[in-house]
Design a protein around this ligand. Structure first.
Ligand SMILES: [Zn+2]
Ligand SMILES: [Zn+2]
Length: 207
């Protein structure tokens, strides 16, 4: 199965000057670039994964090429990232949770940027997201419903895995080393359709 977590990138198009949104799954981004083509037909650039970073390579509203590297952890964890041109600091657009990106476009105010302060324990959160990503890559996070489609919601002190098809959810505490150590022992997370449980009840240790 494919672990699915939606993200949206919204970019100002140099050709039509409008905001163009592109929505994609977090885990669908690979070394093969995702081409970002505006509805007016103008190719704005691409998004792709390079090792521990995601690369946004686009044309700014003034037509200058801008390349932004976003650390993987940030890309996963932050509901909204302000994309700024490294050349002159001008805004290129926004990247993040589709609802946050939409709000940001609508209100046009300065974005709130999540920093380490927003997590109860940033290091534990980073490690837990990495563990979850490793599990996902090995197809070890799944839901037993008919059409599993699992996304990740990140909160200051916990992560929720949610199946958008059946609504099943697993909460994973993510604020102490103990939480991290517990997750590190998990070989598989299998979600039951339409139920909500704490991870502790679903531990399937590596043996
Ligand atoms: Zn356009
Ligand atoms: Zn499901």
């Amino acid at each position: 199965m494919i672990v699915n977590s939606e993200r949206t990138i919204a970019l100002t198009c140099p050709a039509c000057q409008g905001f163009q949104k592109h929505t994609f799954s977090l885990f669908s981004i690979s070394k093969k670039p995702l081409q970002l083509v505006c509805s007016c037909g103008f190719s704005q650039g691409h998004l792709r994964r390079i090792n521990k970073h995601f690369e946004v390579d686009v044309l700014s509203v003034e037509g200058d090429r801008a390349r932004v590297l976003i650390p993987k952890g940030q890309f996963f964890a932050m509901p909204l990232v302000d994309l700024l041109s490294p050349l002159n600091g001008e805004s290129l657009g926004y990247l993040g949770d589709p609802a946050h990106v939409q709000d940001r476009i609508l209100d046009g105010q300065s974005a709130f940027s999540l920093t380490s302060d927003d997590f109860a324990n940033p290091e534990v959160m980073r490690d837990i997201l990495q563990l979850l990503e490793d599990l996902a890559e090995g197809d070890n996070i799944r839901c037993e419903c008919e059409h599993p489609s699992i996304g990740i919601d990140v909160y200051p002190d916990q992560v929720e895995l949610v199946c958008s098809y059946c609504g099943s959810m697993v909460q994973i505490e993510a604020s102490t080393r103990r939480h991290q150590e517990r997750l590190a022992k998990v070989g598989q997370i299998v979600m039951e359709p339409c139920t909500s449980h704490f991870l502790g009840e679903w531990l399937k240790p590596l043996t």
